[in-house]
Design a protein around this ligand. Sequence first.
Ligand code: ADP
Ligand code: MG
Length: 404
Amino acid sequence: MPDDAGSTSHDRKGVVLVVRVSGFFGQNFHTPPVSIASAPGRVNLIGEHTDYNDGFVLPMGIGLRTCVAMGPSGDGRWHFASEHQPETIVFERTAVGDTARRDWTSYIRGVIAGFLAAGHEVEPVCVAVAGDVPVGSGLSSSAALEVASASALEAMLGVAFDPMEKALLCQKAEHEFAGVPCGLMDQVACVFGDSDSSRAGWKPAPPAARPAEPGGAILLDCRTLEVRRIPIDPAWVLVIDSGIGHAHSGGEYAARRLECEQAVESLQADGFPVKALRDATPVMLEAIRGDDLLYRRARHVVTENARTLEAAALFESTAPDRLTRLGQLMNESHASLRDDFEVSTPELDRLVEMACAQPGIHGARMTGGGFGGCVVALVEPGKAQATGRAIVEVSPGAKVRFSC
Ligand code: ADP
Ligand code: MG
């Protein structure tokens, strides 16, 4: 099994990562860091393209993490280094808040701007980033980077944000600094979906900055921001990366958001009291059947919300055959994303088909925004590693990213 494939030996991996980021910090800045924190990547089990429609999502934190080390720079400038980037980037004192300059530091600079806006005094720092969340694969390396940066800042300054406020601050950073109009799911998943107690380093974040009960999946109501912890055995989950990077900030994502807004406007014009597609019902959708594209986009969102709520209830239940129904829901989610929302690709479709053909797999779907990225499968406990291996062996470029 590839090294990055599992959440097993969490604690050892967490410690290794802390040592690695600390060494990387020292190598770049010739002094030890003052604070270290990390955050997990996430996989969305079900509830895709529902977040910006005020709907429901069901993500979970995974065993791949991004780790951020920080310390005062002492020279009035901001320094950023990442294992994933060829060189250190330096900003003059006030230039750190430049939203027009877009690069990988935008995600961290946006978080720093959020702390400043909240009234915290942040003096220029050195920042080093290490980790194993694959970048641009749909496992939310961007939110992991934001959340780990926010946690490292909290630890350094001795302050603690409410966890949901922290997620919102990180989302704002991605909107305003990275220019990505993302929903809130990724940041919430990276804050609340944590399963590794070793994420804080020598100067751990104050207890209030931590999720109340780390671990597992969460059902997020994207309208009320209510978070419900959902018990999920990580051994049920297999994540396979197609090896094809997605482009979230690309036109297709923006186009889908716009189409959803247009569907809402159409429903409103027909007299329905809907604020977002979350309020629409299958019966209402009949009114916009004449516009096939908007109808299909809206139908995906409406049916996906229903699937997500059913899935959360099933995960919480003790029904003996619940994995079978959960698998069906995942398959239906994929078909809807492929046919109605049109965000899948032939590679993702093929991986899903192959996964579903394996013994011990209950269901599979593309996960994340689409146009590349990963597939998530629901698997019989104990079968994930063998199944993942069987699939990637015959899928050039594919890689198992998470399996217990
Ligand atoms: P995803 O969140 O699905 O991995 P995004 O396109 O949203 O993909 O975010 C990827 C971007 O986030 C990268 O292009 C880079 O700018 C930034 N990023 C994420 N993790 C790191 C990292 N460890 N080091 C440097 N930049 C990172
Ligand atoms: Mg992202």
